[in-house]
Write a protein that binds this ligand. Structure first.
Ligand code: SAH
Length: 489
C-alpha cells in the first residue's frame, strides 16, 4: 500500500484550489460537501464558480498563482491547465509539508482523491493508486448497488444510541454483541425497510430488558420474488435479504446463480412443487415456514417471478400472520413481464393493445374465465402454467368463436440462456406447441401484440443459432406458414 486512506475532517478548515475551470469545479464540488472553507485562486473562473463566489460560499483571489499562497491551508488542489504552474504548486507544498493534489498527475500529488460512495456518515473510498480510475468507478458502482439506501441513516441512528448503550452494558464484549445484533438483526432490517418507529421501539425494548444478549433472536419470514430466471433481474432488496437469511426455502423455478447470493452458512431447502404435485405440498411449505420463523430464523421464501402472481405468497403470509409472526414481501419481475420483454412483445402498444390480463390456463372450475372479455380486440392475455392445459384452452377459445388467426406466442424458459419463443395462432396453437415440443415453464401470450415480436425480437438466449442448438440442449425451431419461430431459429 503506497498511499494511506484517511478521512480528514475539513469542516470550517481552509482549503485552496488553484484554477477556475471545470476541473477545479469538480474538486470544489467534492470538497464543499465536507463544509471546508474554500479559496480559489485564478484570474478567470467559470459561471458556476462565480455563483458560489457571489453567494459567499467560495472566496476568490483574482490573481495568478504565486509562491507563498499555499501557506495557511490544510489542503491544496492544483487544477490549472498549465503543467509548469501545477508543478510549482506541488513543489511549494512539498517544501512546506502541505498535502497537495495535482489533478491527473499522480507523481506530483502527495494525496489523491478516491472514488467515493457517499451515504454519509457512511462513506466508502476506493483507490487504485491512480493505476485504473475506470476500475475504481466500476467498483464504486458495484458498492453503490449493494449498500442499502438507508445505510447512512442507520449509522446516524446508532450514534444516537451510543451513550445509552454504553451506560446499559458495562463490558465491552456485551456492547459488541449488542452492536452486532443491532446492525445484523431485526433493528437494522426494520430501519432499512423504512420502519423507523418500530425499529426505535425495538431498540428501547432491548436496552431495557434484563436478558439482553441472551434472548432467542426474533425470526422473520421474507416472501421474496426472484424474477423469471436471469439473475440480473433480481431486485437489490431481494439480493440483500437472500444474503442475510439464515434459511432459504426455494422453488423449482429459482435458478442456481440466484441461490449463490445466500450466505455460506445458510441452510438451503428446496421446496419446489412440480406442476402435477398435490396441493397439500403448499400446506407443508406453510408449516415449515412458520416453524422455522418461530424458531428465530430469518427465512427467505424465494419464489420464481413475483410472489403474489400465481405464487401463493398470499397463503404464506396468511400462515405467518395467523401464527403472529412478522414478515415482509418483496416483489419480483413476474414471468409474463420478463418473458414479454426478452421476447420483444410489448404487452401494451398504442393502437394495438390497451389492456393486459395475467391469467392461469389451469382452469379453475369455480372461476371460469370470461374468454370473450379476455380476448376482445385491443387486449393482451398472458397465460401462466399454460403448456399442460393448451388443449383445453384451445377448445374453449373455439367454443367462444375467438378468431382462429388471432396471433399467439409461446415463450419457454424466458430470460434464461435456454429461452425459446415460438409464434402461433389461436387456430394452430395446439399443433404448434406439440410440434415445437414446448415445455413448462412457458407463458402463452394471446393477442395482436404477439405479432410485434417478429419485428422486435432482440434476445437469443446464448445468441445460439439453430445449428448450435443440439450442443446447447436446444431444439431447432423452424418457421412454417401457420407459425413463425423466433428466438432460437
Ligand atoms: N410467481 C411466478 C409464477 C409462478 S406459476 C411469476 O410471477 O412469474 C409458474 C408459471 O410461471 C410457469 O408454469 C410458467 O407459466 C411461468 N414461468 C415462470 N418462469 C418462467 C420462465 N422463465 N419462462 C416462461 N414461463 C415462466
Amino acid at each position: 500500500m503506497d498511499r494511506l486512506p484517511i478521512f480528514m475532517g475539513l469542516a470550517g478548515r481552509r482549503c485552496l484550489v488553484v484554477g477556475g475551470g471545470v476541473v477545479a469545479e469538480r474538486k470544489i464540488r467534492i470538497l464543499s460537501r465536507t463544509g471546508a472553507k474554500i479559496t480559489i485562486v485564478s484570474p478567470t473562473i467559470n459561471d458556476y464558480l462565480q455563483t458560489l463566489v457571489n453567494d459567499g460560499t467560495l472566496e476568490h483571489i483574482d490573481a495568478h498563482y504565486s509562491e507563498g499562497l499555499v501557506d495557511g491551508y490544510w489542503l491544496v488542489v492544483a487544477a490549472t491547465d498549465d503543467t509548469a504552474v501545477n508543478r510549482r504548486i506541488s513543489e511549494d507544498c512539498e517544501e512546506r509539508a502541505r498535502p497537495c493534489n495535482v489533478v491527473d498527475d499522480n507523481d506530483l500529488s502527495s494525496f489523491i482523491l478516491p472514488a467515493i460512495v457517499d451515504r454519509s456518515p457512511v462513506v466508502v473510498a476506493i483507490g487504485t493508486g491512480g493505476a485504473a480510475p475506470v476500475l475504481a468507478q466500476q467498483l464504486k458502482a458495484r458498492i453503490e448497488a449493494i449498500l442499502p439506501a438507508r445505510i447512512g441513516e442507520l449509522a446516524s441512528e446508532a450514534a444516537r444510541w451510543r451513550g445509552l448503550v454504553k451506560k446499559r452494558f458495562e463490558s465491552g464484549r456485551m456492547r459488541l454483541r449488542f452492536w452486532q445484533a443491532f446492525f445484523d438483526g431485526a433493528v437494522a432490517r426494520l430501519f432499512l425497510a423504512g420502519r423507523r418507529a418500530e425499529a426505535e421501539r425495538k431498540i428501547r425494548r432491548e436496552l431495557l430488558t434484563e436478558a439482553v444478549g441472551h434472548e432467542t433472536p426474533e425470526g422473520e419470514g421474507w416472501i421474496v420474488g426472484a424474477g423469471p430466471g436471469d439473475p440480473s433481474l433480481v431486485t437489490l432488496k431481494a439480493q440483500q435479504l437472500i444474503r442475510t437469511a439464515d434459511v432459504v426455502l426455494y422453488d423449482r423455478l429459482v435458478s442456481a446463480p440466484i441461490l449463490d447470493f445466500a450466505r455460506k452458512d445458510a441452510e438451503l431447502i428446496h421446496v419446489g412443487k412440480s406442476p402435477d404435485s398435490s396441493t397439500n405440498g403448499q400446506e407443508e411449505i406453510n408449516a415449515l415456514l412458520v416453524r422455522l420463523v418461530a424458531e428465530g430464523n430469518r427465512v427467505c421464501r424465494l419464489k420464481g417471478g413475483d410472489p403474489f402472481v400465481f405464487g401463493r405468497g398470499g397463503e404464506e403470509i396468511k400462515a405467518l400472520k395467523s401464527a403472529g409472526l412478522p414478515f415482509q414481501v418483496v416483489p419480483g419481475i413476474s414471468a409474463a413481464l420478463g418473458c414479454a420483454a426478452y421476447a420483444g412483445i410489448p404487452l401494451t402498444y398504442r393502437g394495438v393493445s390497451g389492456s393486459v390480463t395475467f391469467a392461469t390456463a389451469r382452469l379453475d372450475k369455480d372461476l371460469p374465465p370470461d374468454w370473450p372479455a379476455l380476448l376482445k380486440g385491443g387486449h393482451t392475455l398472458c397465460l401462466y402454467m399454460g403448456v399442460g392445459a393448451i388443449g383445453n384452452v384451445s377448445r374453449q377459445l373455439n367454443e367462444h368463436g375467438v378468431a382462429r388467426n388471432l396471433p399467439v406466442a409461446f415463450v419457454e424458459r424466458g430470460t434464461t440462456p435456454a429461452q425459446r419463443a415460438v409464434r402461433s395462432t389461436v387456430g394452430t396453437m395446439v399443433e404448434d406447441a406439440e410440434r415445437h415440443n414446448i415445455e413448462a415453464p412457458a407463458i402463452v401470450y394471446i393477442g395482436q401484440v404477439t405479432a410485434l415480436a417478429d419485428e422486435f425480437r432482440w434476445f437469443d438466449g446464448r445468441g445460439e443459432r439453430a445449428e448450435q442448438a443440439p450442443m446447447d440442449g436446444l431444439r431447432t425451431v423452424e418457421a412454417t406458414t401457420s407459425s413463425a419461430a423466433f428466438g432460437a431459429a
